[in-house]
Design a binder for this molecule. Structure first.
Ligand SMILES: [Zn+2]
Ligand SMILES: [Zn+2]
Length: 334
C-alpha cells in the first residue's frame, strides 16, 4: 500500500509498505476513508521538530475508516463497522488512567506519531481506541471527530454559560472548533483574534461574532470588552500574556495550543489580582462519545473548516497549503 512516511529531519515521503496484519488479539485492521492533517504534523516536520515522532512511522492521527478484520479477542466490534479512532490509546491500568485522567496515561503510544497512523490505505488500531460512527456523517466531518474530541475537553473545562464573553486566539482548525462549540453553547460576544484573513473568514462562518487581527484587537479590546472576557482560549500555544490581559475579573483561560519553545514573560500579579483560573487542556478526556454525538446530530457548523480534500499522492501539497495558512483543515482520502 502507499503510505506517507516520516523520514526524520523534516522529510515526508510516499513509500510502498506491506499491508499491515493483525498481530495482537485486540487488533483491528481498518481501511482508511479519510485522514486529517494536523498542526502537530507540521510541528513534527519542522527542523528542528516542534513535536517528537519516530522516523519511519506512517503519519496521520485524525482518521475515519471501516473495520476490515478483527483480532481473535475482539468481541464488541464487528467487521464492516464505520469507526473513528482515538490515536492516543490508553492502557487503563496506570495510575493516571485509574484516577480518571486518561490524557496523562503513562503508556500512550500515539498512532501516526510513534506507531503507524492513517495516512495510508490501511492501519492497525487497538479495539479499545475505536468508536463507531453513523454511516450518514459526511466524510470530511467524520475526519474532524478527533480534533473535536480534544476541543470538547477544553470547552468542558471552560464551562461557558450562555451570554458569557469569549475570546479565541488563533483560528486554525482548533480555534475554529472552539468557536463552533462556544457558538452552540450561547457564548456572546464571541471574538476571534487571527492575523490571517482566510482563517478569520472560516471563524466567522462557524459562528464568531467579530474577527480581528492582533493589532485591531489591541485597539478595540476596551470598547468591545469593557469588563474583559469571561473566557479566553489560547489556540496558538504562546499567547498567555495576551490572554491574561484580555481576561476580566474572575476569568478563565484555557491553554490548548502547544509550542514547546515558547517561554513568554508573564505579568503574574494580574492573575492574582483578577482571580483568574488557568486551565491546561491536553488531548481528549472521555470526550469521543460527545464529539461523535455532535457531528451525528449536526449540532455544530463545521463544514467551512475543511477547506481542502486531496488524494494521498498530494499529501505534500496539502502540508504546504496548511503551512502557508491558505488552508484551515486539509483532509486526505487514501
Ligand atoms: Zn491532531
Ligand atoms: Zn494508562
Amino acid at each position: 500500500m502507499r503510505a506517507a512516511v516520516y523520514g526524520g529531519d523534516g522529510r515526508l515521503g510516499l513509500e510502498d509498505r506491506p499491508m499491515p496484519r493483525i498481530e495482537l488479539d485486540d487488533d483491528l485492521l481498518i481501511a482508511v476513508e479519510a485522514c486529517g492533517i494536523c498542526g502537530s504534523d507540521l510541528q513534527i516536520l519542522n527542523v528542528p521538530p516542534g513535536h517528537p515522532a519516530t522516523p519511519g512511522t506512517i503519519l496521520g492521527h485524525e482518521f475515519v475508516g471501516r473495520v476490515e478484520a478483527i483480532g481473535a479477542g475482539v468481541t464488541a466490534i464487528d467487521v464492516g463497522w464505520r469507526v473513528v479512532v482515538d490515536p492516543d490509546p490508553k492502557c487503563g491500568i496506570c495510575q493516571s488512567c485509574q484516577a480518571g485522567r486518561p490524557a496523562n496515561c503513562e503508556h500512550i503510544v500515539a498512532l501516526g506519531v510513534y506507531r503507524d497512523g492513517g495516512l495510508a490505505s490501511h492501519v492497525i488500531a487497538p479495539a479499545a481506541a475505536v468508536y463507531r460512527i453513523a454511516e450518514d456523517v459526511p466524510t470530511a466531518r467524520a475526519a474532524l471527530v478527533e480534533p473535536l474530541a480534544c476541543v470538547i475537553n477544553g470547552t468542558n473545562r471552560a464551562a461557558v454559560r450562555p451570554g458569557e464573553s469569549v475570546v479565541v486566539m488563533g483560528a486554525g482548525t482548533i480555534g475554529c472548533l472552539f468557536v463552533a462549540v462556544f457558538a452552540a453553547a450561547g457564548a456572546g460576544p464571541l471574538i476571534v483574534v487571527e492575523p490571517n484573513p482566510v482563517r478569520a473568514a472560516v471563524a466567522a462562518a462557524v459562528g464568531a461574532d467579530v474577527t480581528l487581527t492582533p493589532e485591531e484587537f489591541q485597539e478595540r479590546r476596551q470598547a468591545l470588552l469593557p469588563n474583559g472576557a469571561d473566557v479566553v482560549v489560547d489556540a496558538v500555544g504562546s499567547l498567555l500574556p495576551a490572554a491574561i490581559e484580555a481576561a476580566g475579573m474572575g476569568g478563565r483561560i484555557v491553554l490548548f495550543g502547544m509550542n514547546g519553545a515558547a517561554r513568554p514573560a508573564i505579568h503574574q500579579v494580574e492573575i492574582t489580582e483578577k482571580g483568574l483560573t488557568i486551565l491546561g487542556s491536553y488531548i481528549s478526556n472521555f470526550t469521543f462519545p460527545t464529539a461523535i454525538r455532535l457531528v451525528e446530530a449536526g449540532s455544530l457548523v463545521l463544514d467551512p473548516i475543511v477547506t481542502t480534500v486531496l488524494p494521498l499522492d498530494q499529501v505534500v501539497d496539502g502540508l504546504a497549503s496548511l503551512r502557508s495558512g491558505d488552508a484551515t483543515k486539509v483532509v486526505i482520502t487514501p
